[in-house]
Design a protein. Structure first.
Length: 81
């Protein structure tokens, strides 16, 4: 029996940006993942100040004012919150 290993790269987030319609997360390996706010209702409804107050965690992003957590692995798999 063999195991297939897939190198997914470095999933640690290093930066978070916002456009008028999207959340953009830059990973430690330089990749960028862009998702529409429609996927994240709390972020969509949040003020610019609430969105700007985030914490970069080892495997995701946390917005304490919104009680919202975004896991990078789920984001890359196309999962919404």
């Amino acid at each position: 029996m063999s195991t297939l290993e897939i190198d997914v790269g470095d999933l640690r987030p290093r930066a978070v940006e916002f456009t008028s319609t999207d959340l953009v997360v830059t990973l430690a390996d330089g990749r960028k993942s862009r998702r529409r706010f429609d996927w994240y209702p709390r972020l969509k409804r949040a003020s610019a100040g609430e969105r700007a107050n985030f914490e970069i965690m080892p495997m995701g992003v946390h917005w304490p004012d919104l009680d919202e957590d975004l896991g990078i692995a789920g984001m890359l798999k196309g999962r919404s919150t």
